[in-house]
Write a protein that binds this ligand. Structure first.
Ligand code: DGP
Length: 111
């Protein structure tokens, strides 16, 4: 069994609230949201973290940012959102499968 929680979500082995997907990328709601809207944008192919990506991942990395913008539109936060990526334990990465956080929806600005 794959021990990577996001690989298991991609494989359909764990339930999630999916927001958007295409062939290479899936976006789903964060299970422990730290903003009113908090969605994770995840490549379906496993990459541990951004510093493990290579030049061969250039299109995928661009696709993740474009997907984040689509997700923000879909979630009604395109006027103001944060796109955040934790790379490494000291930066707070706890899931070792590259992902962007799309966060927004604050009333009256960022709290
Ligand atoms: P990071 O600290 O950047 O590695 O963020 C990991 C995020 O993943 C964290 O905000 C919680 C979320 N998360 C962890 N496990 C699950 C899960 O099983 N399902 C969902 N939807 N989110 C998860």
């Amino acid at each position: 069994m794959n021990s990577c929680v996001f690989c298991r979500i991609v494989a359909g082995e764990l339930p999630t609230q999916k927001v958007w997907e295409d062939e290479e990328i899936v976006a789903f709601k964060d299970v422990n949201p730290s903003a009113p809207v908090h969605v994770l944008v995840v490549p379906k192919r496993h990459i541990d973290k951004l510093t493990e990506a290579t030049s061969q991942d250039r299109d995928l990395l661009g696709g993740l940012q474009l997907a984040a913008a689509v997700v923000a539109q879909k979630m009604g936060i395109a006027d103001g959102f944060r796109l955040m990526l934790n790379n490494g334990a000291s930066a707070g990465q706890v899931v070792w499968h590259l992902h962007y956080h799309v966060q927004g929806g604050w009333k009256g600005g960022v709290k």
